[in-house]
Write a protein that binds this ligand. Structure first.
Ligand SMILES: [Zn+2]
Length: 467
């Protein structure tokens, strides 16, 4: 694999957080809505109706484009992309072709600038539901138009990504950015962010691009990573065995963990784009664009750099914290409330991030201070944090109520150390015969007998008594 260079570009479809659809007044349906319960003449594509542009969707698209440092042209328009498919009753999708809402931006990952070709707006299609299984031929198909006409932003990158890791990092960074600026909730599992990577490989050092394949509708970061890794390996094996890569669209089978051919580019569609005659060209007001730009919050990339600078965090800690605006606010709030930056970062990354329940900044600050001062043990601090989130009470009240106080006094811990030694003859024999790891089992028993024991003192005591 070493002699191959991987080249990946990505199209990402994002559903902006709007209440209504792109060109009609229908509400955007929740996932569990009854089929065809959120439709009207416009999104059903009946003849003679007039679409109207959703201003909130335009604003979300401009926000996103500005956060990606795109240029916003004064003139933009919508176009018809013509094709026939049962989930598209109009026979065309309204999208943007040659005058997209934005161009030429970028998103910086650690060590890699990814150029953004364009961010434009379009509408989603409906959904087909097949009854029966594919092997025995579906007996019936249904069309659900709840999603038809839902706004979508399409974010198209240049082929600047060089590995499955980078492609996943890029998609995650986009999600963080979209959430930070409030343009989309960007939940992949709800289909609000769908990635379509195009992948090719070439001999290292070559300037020419290889033949690419495009993977459709990937809906988790894990699947994105695995599908790209699979595809890179497949292409390399094909080329190394003297074969050629066919330009085509491929799907990802989660069950079989492989990509499979969907349709080849030999039958590439000719969409016959033309300007949407029912919508006026959009002349974007410069003052509005500047107002949106100046209202953007601090972006994740800038915040990551500031966390390193201001709190002396490592780049990787800062990146993890800045990747979630809520976490980053919590971290900064706890430090402001008097906790030290480094242990607070450890608590945020190790304890708060993996859990759904979030403490307030004051609760976290207090727990971090209690733990770092040695007043309570790490395990106790964890329990106090959980309890204080649950009951919305201050950590010190919980410590007082539970009688938590770390015991560091050797004379009161020594009897427990003796009990531990008497109760674990096997581990003691192992330790004395040189198996240092047996100390772990003894420490575990110690903590069970005396959860409030200072682990450092307990460890020293055991070593001393075991000679
Ligand atoms: Zn509608």
């Amino acid at each position: 694999m070493a002699e191959w260079e991987v080249v990946i570009g990505m199209e990402v479809h994002v559903q902006p957080s709007t209440r209504s659809k792109m060109f009609c007044g229908c509400a955007v349906a929740p996932l569990n809505a009854a089929p065809n319960s959120h439709v009207c003449e416009i999104c059903e594509g009946l003849p003679g109706v007039l679409p109207v542009i959703n201003k909130a969707a335009v604003e979300a698209c401009l926000k996103t484009a500005l956060a990606l440092e795109c240029e916003i042209p004064v003139h933009t328009k919508f176009d018809r992309k013509n094709y026939m498919y049962p989930d598209l009753p109009k026979g065309y999708q309204i999208s943007q072709y040659d005058l997209p809402m934005s161009r030429n931006g970028h998103l910086d990952l650690e060590g890699r600038r990814v150029r953004i070709r364009r961010v434009h707006l379009e509408e989603d299609t409906g959904k087909l539901v097949h009854e029966g299984d594919k092997l025995h031929k579906a007996s019936q198909s249904f069309v659900d138009l709840n999603r038809a006409g839902v706004p979508l932003m399409e974010i198209v990158s240049e082929p600047d990504l060089r590995s499955a890791d980078e492609a996943r990092d890029y998609a995650m960074a986009l999600r963080t950015l979209l959430r930070t600026i409030g343009a989309s909730e960007a939940e992949m599992e709800k289909g609000q962010l769908r990635a379509e990577p195009n992948i090719s490989i070439r001999r290292a050092g070559s300037e020419e691009l290889g033949v690419k394949t495009e993977l459709k509708n990937i809906n988790s970061f894990r699947a994105l990573h695995r599908a790209i890794a699979y595809e890179v390996k497949r292409q390399a094996e094909l080329l190394e065995s003297g074969g050629t890569v066919v330009q085509e669209t491929r799907g990802w089978s989660e069950a079989e963990q492989r990509t499979f051919s969907q349709r080849s580019k030999e039958f590439a569609e000719d969409y016959r784009y033309f300007p949407e005659p029912d919508l006026p060209p959009l002349e974007l007001d410069r003052d509005w664009i500047e107002a949106i730009r100046s209202a953007l919050p601090e972006l994740p990339g800038a915040r990551r750099a500031r966390l390193v600078e201001q709190y002396a965090l490592s780049i990787s800690d800062a990146a993890q914290i800045a990747a979630d605006r809520e976490l980053a606010d919590l971290f900064e709030g706890a430090v402001k409330a008097g906790a030290d930056a480094k242990p607070t970062a450890n608590w945020v990354i190790g304890e708060v991030a993996p859990s759904a329940a979030r403490p307030t900044a004051d609760q976290l600050a207090e727990v971090v201070k209690l733990a770092t001062s040695g007043k309570i043990t790490r395990d106790q601090a964890r329990a106090v944090l959980a309890e204080s989130i649950n009951s919305a009470r201050a950590p010190h009240e919980i410590v007082a109520e539970r009688g938590y106080e770390q015991v560091s006094d050797e004379s009161s811990l020594e009897p427990i150390a003796r009990e531990v030694i008497a109760g674990n003859p096997k581990a003691v024999a192992d330790y004395r015969s040189g198996k240092m790891q047996a100390l772990g089992a003894l420490m575990a028993d110690f903590t069970k007998r005396a959860p409030q024991a200072d682990r450092r003192v307990a460890n020293q005591l055991l070593r001393k008594l075991l000679g």
